[in-house]
Design a protein around this ligand. Structure first.
Ligand code: SF4
Length: 379
């Protein structure tokens, strides 16, 4: 077994964060919330960046105990073909979405690098911002993705506790703890501009995991100082297979983690997905979270209508259940009611490098078709 890198076990950096996360912390939740809110306002203003996931495929070669797409689950397997991807992206654009996260399981023959590469190229023709949450890749593979329009990757370590990691990842390539740990650095080395890290809260001691997550992010920030870095705080949700998280995280602890990270990392984008309830997400908006998914589907495709006549058994199950099922329009109305500006797009395609040309050409083609007529897009 390879040794852990020194940066992951170095506790010198994490004393202040550990003090804020300790159960007996002298800082009350209210005091942390007030400081976090002030920092969020100062660095990010009253805005909320929005994105949506698009599941390309639910084929997977790994056996993560906590996932509805693990290779032993009896769920129908499917991947999107190019025309289906274009239809899904068009449906997303109608909702106002212009920032898409493409997802697949671990590498399989049905959904390998070449498939993902083709999907990114299609998405980069349709969307100004494309990122990927898929299997770990080599530096040269990341370079090819960056060249065809991928600007970001999301890769969660799930847990930094190596023993728990070994138990939870029953088989498949994801068993390799160190390979996964090194993946974000390979992506940045390959020219991907931003990386999103996270732990799946509930799998292991949440405070230990949070401290390791912080060290990972700081290590990347020091090594790749130009990189865009973000952190997510996904909590376990019900999924096919019925895995029960052994370390449940309640709302108070999750809020404390979010506030503490905002205070410790004032410039880092903090992300909260539709795994969380509308009430919790609204509560965190403006208090630390600066990016949220909206109107998410966790089945393959899912933005176009379901096939008529499909029985409940035939219907595909999502990777996990979402909790906030508001439409994009409803979500934006809720943000505006709190005086927060929902932002679908706050950059120009030229930021994307190689994909910019493709996107500009497509925008010109579209000159007679309004991009988001139904959704009254926010920006
Ligand atoms: S978490 Fe990812 S790698 Fe693990 S089983 Fe699910 S889809 Fe596959």
């Amino acid at each position: 077994m390879n040794a852990l890198p020194q940066w992951l076990t170095d506790t010198r950096d994490t004393a202040a964060l550990a003090a804020m996360l300790a159960p007996a912390s002298p800082r009350s939740l209210e005091a942390l919330a007030a400081e976090s809110r002030a920092m969020t306002l100062r660095r990010f203003g009253r805005t909320m960046a929005l994105y949506a996931p698009l599941y390309l495929s639910n084929y997977c070669s790994s056996g993560c105990a906590y996932c509805g797409f693990a290779s032993d689950r009896k769920t129908p397997r499917h991947r999107l073909e190019p025309e289906e991807i274009r239809r899904e992206l068009a449906a997303m654009r109608k909702l106002g979405i212009s920032d898409v996260l493409l997802l697949t399981g671990e590498r399989t023959a049905a959904a390998d690098f070449d498939y993902l590469h083709r999907c990114v190229a299609i998405a980069a023709e349709e969307m100004p911002r494309v990122s990927v949450e898929a299997f770990p890749m080599s530096v040269s593979e990341y370079r090819r993705l960056a060249d065809c329009g991928c600007t970001g990757i999301t890769i969660y370590q799930e847990t930094y506790n190596r023993e728990r990691y070994e138990e939870l990842h029953r088989w498949g390539p994801k068993k390799d703890f160190i390979d996964r740990l090194e993946t974000p650095a390979r992506a940045l080395e390959g020219g991907i501009k931003s990386v999103g890290l996270g732990v799946l809260l509930g799998l292991s001691d949440p405070v230990e995991d949070a401290l390791c997550l912080y060290r990972h992010l700081r290590h990347l920030g020091r090594t790749y100082w130009r990189a865009g870095l973000s952190l997510s705080f996904p909590r376990m949700r019900p999924q096919t297979g019925g895995y029960e998280p052994p370390f449940p995280v309640d709302d108070q602890l999750l809020a404390r983690i979010i506030f503490a990270f905002r205070i410790a990392l004032p410039d880092t984008e903090l992300v909260l997905s539709t795994r969380e309830s509308a009430t919790f997400r609204d509560g965190m908006a403006g208090l630390g979270i600066t990016r949220m998914s909206v109107e998410s589907k966790t089945t393959v495709g899912g933005y176009c209508e379901n096939e008529e006549g499909e029985s409940e058994e035939q219907r595909e199950k999502g990777q996990f259940e979402i909790s906030d099922d508001r439409t994009a329009r409803e979500f934006c109305a809720a943000m505006r009611a709190m005086n927060i500006d929902p932002v679908f797009k706050n950059w120009e395609p030229s930021y994307n490098g190689a994909s910019a040309t493709i996107h500009h050409e497509r925008e010109a083609d579209r000159s007679v078709t309004p991009i988001t007529p139904e959704a009254e897009p926010c920006h």
